[in-house]
Design a protein around this ligand. Structure first.
Ligand SMILES: [Zn+2]
Ligand SMILES: [Zn+2]
Length: 300
């Protein structure tokens, strides 16, 4: 048994190419992926589930030939993860002869799967979301009390999903969540960005794959400084991410959320993962995915 995962978007809050920018990375991205990167989004074909809907979500679903959309798992409410949630109501409805268009949209409504705190905050920040839910065009399912079992659309075994909520600010409610997926013994965890306050010891042992944020790069590929030497309070540095990745020790690790500000082309990330593969002190099995990449996760 394998679990297929597709990266629809591997960029950060600043996509590549970035509007009005003419830098080296944006010029390399002129012809599209693997250098071009849209907002952070993943897809699990087995259960027709997109994970996060950045502003460019509808375009990414078309670009990567997603042919069914039954669910959306939302990690947090930031616009680069939730701002494109209206893509959930942009789908064919197979209207029956005596049905109105609205009735058909309600009958075939996809389900938003997340925690109540993430949903409540997303409703405040993404104005269209409460409208979609109150009209019945999107259903909700909350994971606060128990995992969900998602039936498969490919005839295979179901996928269970569990939420691991965490805080984005010290004094705030847990307005973000990681997800742990399991299908017939194959286990995948997805932790989006702003994961500084996420305790990786909460992840199960023996993960087959982990998707984590790449963290903030202090320097560019040629050693040039990219940010102030003062660590900002919400930053999780790339070096700190590598320590966490080593502690989790998943079979494979994909570091995503590769924003424009890190000044790296696809070739730069390839060189970096090759250097980690040769470095006995670096964690094993670390890759930087590109938009459109599909991976088959197997039991280790
Ligand atoms: Zn640029
Ligand atoms: Zn983000």
């Amino acid at each position: 048994m394998t679990l297929r995962l597709q990266f629809l978007g591997t960029g950060g809050s600043q996509p590549i190419p970035l509007p009005t920018c003419d830098c080296r990375v944006c010029r390399a991205a002129a012809d599209g992926p693997p250098d071009a990167r849209r907002g952070y989004s993943l897809f699990l074909p087995a259960v027709g589930a997109v994970i996060d809907t950045p502003e460019q979500a509808a375009d990414s679903l078309v670009r990567w030939d997603v042919d069914r959309l039954d669910r959306c798992l939302l990690t947090h409410w930031h616009p680069d993860h939730a701002g494109g949630v209206r893509a959930l109501s942009m789908r064919p409805t197979d209207r029956e002869p005596d049905e109105t268009f609205q009735e058909a949209k309600r009958r075939t409504a996809p389900t938003l799967v997340t925690t109540r705190a993430v949903y409540d905050r997303a409703c405040e920040t993404v104005g269209v979301l409460p409208y979609l839910v109150s009209e019945g065009f999107v259903e909700t399912r909350f994971l606060d009390d128990e995992p969900a079992t998602l039936s498969a659309s490919d005839g295979g075994p179901p996928v269970t999903v569990r939420a691991l909520p965490y805080r984005l600010d010290d004094d705030a409610p847990r307005e973000a969540t990681a997800f742990v997926f399991e299908r017939a013994g194959v286990r995948l965890a997805v932790v989006a960005d702003d994961a500084r306050r996420f305790d990786v010891s909460r992840l199960p042992d023996g993960l087959d794959a982990l998707v984590f944020e790449c963290g903030t790069f202090g320097h560019g590929p040629d050693g040039e400084r990219l940010r102030s030497p003062r660590l900002e309070t919400d930053d999780l540095s790339h070096e700190a991410v590598l320590e966490r990745v080593a502690a989790v020790d998943a079979g494979r690790t994909f570091l995503s959320h590769l924003g424009h500000q890190y000044a790296r082309t696809y070739a730069d990330y390839r060189a970096l993962s090759a250097a980690y593969a040769d470095d006995p002190d670096a964690p094993d099995g670390v890759a930087f995915p590109h938009d459109g990449q599909t991976v088959e996760i197997r039991q280790r």
